[in-house]
Design a protein around this ligand. Structure first.
Ligand SMILES: NC(=O)c1ccc[n+]([C@@H]2O[C@H](COP(=O)([O-])OP(=O)(O)OC[C@H]3O[C@@H](n4cnc5c(N)ncnc54)[C@H](OP(=O)(O)O)[C@@H]3O)[C@@H](O)[C@H]2O)c1
Length: 377
């Protein structure tokens, strides 16, 4: 199963809208064929492993697959039917498919046909591989995740604003790896104005590519500047979507559209885009996940609205110990530990001296909010 997981990771970010899956065929304890999901809705991993074998599997062969084989006729035909046709009598499965159309039915189909099925092997790791897909398919809404890079004391910049770089090269390369997986990245207006980021994917030695780039800018302050930010002028500007409100001004909307930048004007009583409406628009456009990369204000607003689903927190072995240094999160006022926001399904990874803690956010039933903080904004 570990080998199958490695195969699935080998097609990282290439399989949308399908999940990443790996499969391994074993005869007499020896791996004889391997497969991973093909790009762009192509054949699934099980089918590719069987094709790679190029002959019928020997009696007693075992198929290992990271995700439950599908049992519905999609574009590529049901994998359960292909497995049965190949005469495989033993299948070892990692995660059960969370897709309600499948959800264990593939296992039932195989068992009903007399196949020995072992499921749940390295299940958490296999499920984690498709965290965006799983959220999308079960909840029907995009996974809104935030990435933050901070010191041990939770600071993302010095009091002067200097923030480059808090984490090291390896951790920053990992962010690029996640960017490759998420169909979209998002940032707040102030991050665009301060940092003028490219928000592209730049794998070491690979070609630069660009996910959808959301800029949250309720008043279109990023358009006022004479020197426009590069997300509005570079060769990927057609991938930039400015998310704004009717309070932003029609002239600026026109200016952006003339540049070839997309604009979503979302109805709002204030200058802030309601995140629930933003989610609905993402569903309409089939955008299954957004990685919000800052800044502090946008991420804190998402948290307060209970709209942040997932967090990637990179911590550097660095201390500012300055209460005027900038903090990432603000605006909540828990009075008890139980009123804090916790991470579930937590995973840790290290990159040189830096540590990534990531997980799904679990909000307390009663979340106390500091109204004063948000009134000031
Ligand atoms: N260490 C890290 O991981 C990291 C990552 C990114 C950025 N940063 C740093 O963070 C700093 C910028 O952060 P920041 O907190 O000042 O600003 P920010 O969060 O980047 O941007 C805040 C702005 O976004 C707009 N906005 C927020 N929520 C919105 C909503 N719901 N709808 C529409 N617009 C919305 C608001 O515009 P209006 O005020 O016009 O409403 C607000 O002023 C930079 O210095 C950058 O270097 C650090």
């Amino acid at each position: 199963m570990r080998r199958a997981l490695a195969l699935a990771r080998g097609v990282w970010g290439e399989t949308q809208p399908n999940p990443m899956v790996g499969a391994v065929l074993v005869e007499d304890g020896v791996i004889v064929a391997e497969g991973a999901t093909a790009p762009d809705g192509g054949p699934h991993a099980e089918r590719r492993a069987l094709e790679a074998l190029g002959r019928p599997p020997r009696p007693g062969a075992t198929l290992y697959v990271t995700l439950e084989p599908c049992c519905t006729e999609g574009r590529t035909g049901a994998c359960t039917a292909r497995i049965l046709a190949a005469g495989i009598r033993r299948v070892v499965v990692g995660a059960v498919d969370p897709n309600p159309a499948h959800a264990g039915r593939g296992l039932e189909v195989l068992r009903a046909a007399g196949v020995e099925v072992v499921s749940g092997v390295l299940a958490a790791e296999c499920a984690d591989l498709n965290l965006i897909f799983n959220h999308w398919i079960t909840r029907g809404t995009p996974l809104l995740a935030a990435k933050v890079a901070s010191t041990i004391d939770g600071k993302l910049a010095c009091r002067t604003g200097d923030s480059q770089w808090i984490t090291g090269e390896a951790a920053r390369a990992d962010v690029h790896r996640w960017r490759r997986l998420f169909p979209a990245i998002g940032v707040g207006a102030m991050t665009v104005l301060h940092d003028n980021p490219r928000l592209t994917v730049r794998p070491p030695g690979g070609a630069e590519s660009c996910p959808v780039r959301f800029v949250f800018d309720g008043l279109l302050r990023t358009v006022v500047e004479k020197n426009l930010p590069r997300v509005f002028t570079d060769e990927f500007r057609g991938r930039t979507i400015v998310v704004t409100t009717p309070h932003g001004g029609l002239g600026y909307v026109r200016k952006l559209r003339d540049l070839g930048v997309q604009v979503w004007v979302i109805d709002s009583p204030s200058q802030r885009v309601p995140f629930a409406a933003f989610r609905r628009r993402c569903v309409e456009e089939r955008i299954s996940g957004v990685l919000i990369e800052g800044g502090a204000q946008l991420i804190s607003e998402l948290l307060r609205a209970r709209e942040l689903d997932y967090l990637f927190a990179y911590h550097a072995p660095l201390l500012f110990a300055d209460d005027k240094a900038r903090t990432i999160f603000s605006g909540l006022r828990p009075e008890r530990v139980a009123q804090g926001v916790r991470l579930d399904e937590v995973r840790h990874e290290s990159f040189g001296g830096d540590v990534l803690m990531r997980g799904r956010l679990v909000y307390p039933e009663k979340m106390l909010v500091d109204e004063a903080v948000f009134r000031l904004r």
